[in-house]
Design a protein around this ligand. Structure first.
Ligand code: ATP
Ligand code: NI
Length: 312
């Protein structure tokens, strides 16, 4: 769903770069740029799914938006929330209230706080009913309220994290891989919760490896590769088939889905410290020409966007 003309996206990330200051064995400093020219927007009332291989920059985007990157990270580019720049102080103000994160690592739960108390946050009495409803929905027994995080399985902890984000009342929920370790029914129920939230005017960024599950409820999908956006497509393009997609990597992802033949793509995503100058996908691409060695901008194509000179 693209915004109506003149409508400001809820979140607008434009040309984001993230560089880490690192030291090698001889304590020589070098800079490792792990995200480059990454752009995505999220509109009010929409679910944006983000997919891409491991290390493509999905979690770092979430952490950059929330201002949770480590101290050795430098960020450049533009991040606007409701049309206004996301400065560190604004990020702190919005974090957990307007923008909630369901982190990928379940270790983010406070180890010393009982589960029920963390899910309800500060608002203890008003939130008890809502918390119990959420627990029931995600098949979390009532005894879990009184437990400490170390007593939870990975799947339970994930359900607790999603309940926390949902109950926070945030306008934007960023769910980083919320489904691993969950049974199919619970994962589906979680997707349904995200859809309901979006239908009530909230926005969701759903970072996932499960493209099929995500595309059934998302509005749009952004595909990341090597720390940048290579395609943004309507979710229905992913179900329509290869021809509806734009970037050769998105098409390869499509072919790798079990229902489409499970045909894997040979080769590896390039390492951040050793990226080619032009298109990041050239080493694995059948369409490669000398033009691909130039800098490739993200351009509009068939109602989506793509970073490939050959895409039609
Ligand atoms: N603190 C850090 N210092 C240096 N490099 C980092 C740091 N955090 C992440 N990276 C690198 O940045 C890249 C992107 O990482 P990120 O966690 O965003 O990947 P991802 O797409 O979320 O992967 P996954 O699907 O495995 O969760 C990776 O190459 C990772 O090794
Ligand atoms: Ni991640």
């Amino acid at each position: 769903m693209n915004p109506a003309p003149g409508q400001t996206p809820l979140l607008d990330v434009h040309d984001l770069s993230v560089t880490f200051r690192m030291y090698d064995k001889t304590l020589r400093q070098h800079n490792l740029q792990v995200i480059s020219e990454l752009s995505v927007t999220v509109n009010q009332g929409e679910i944006l799914a983000i997919a891409g291989s491991s290390g493509s920059g999905k979690s770092l985007l979430a952490h950059a938006v929330l201002g949770l990157l480590p101290a050795n990270a430098t960020v450049s580019g533009r991040m606007l929330y409701q049309g206004q720049e996301l400065t560190p102080s604004r990020q702190e103000q919005l974090r957990g209230k307007e923008i909630a994160l369901t982190p990928q690592a379940v270790t983010y739960l406070d180890p010393l706080l009982r589960v029920g108390d963390q899910v309800r946050g500060g608002n203890k009495t008003a939130a008890v009913t809502a918390q119990r409803e959420a627990f029931q929905r995600y098949d979390l027994q009532s005894e879990i309220e009184a437990m400490f995080p170390f007593q939870l399985s990975g799947g339970m902890a994930r359900r607790v994290l999603v309940s926390t984000a949902v109950l926070s009342g945030a306008r934007l929920i960023i769910a980083d891989e919320p489904t691993p370790g969950l049974g199919a029914d619970i994962a589906q129920d979680m997707m349904n919760t995200f859809r309901e939230l979006a239908d009530s005017g909230k926005s969701v960024i759903l970072i996932t490896h499960d493209i099929e599950l995500a595309c059934a409820i998302a509005d749009r999908v952004a595909i990341f590769y090597g720390g940048t956006t290579v395609e943004v497509a309507a979710a229905k393009d992913f179900t329509a088939g290869e021809a509806a997609l734009r970037h050769p990597y998105s098409k390869a992802l499509y072919r790798a889905l079990p229902q489409n033949g499970f045909r894997p793509l040979a080769g590896f995503q390039p390492y951040a410290g050793n990226l080619p100058t032009g298109c990041l996908f050239t080493a694995r691409c059948g369409l490669k020409t000398p033009e691909c060695n130039k800098k490739i901008p993200l351009r509009e194509l068939r109602g989506g966007s793509v970073r490939c000179v050959h895409a039609t």
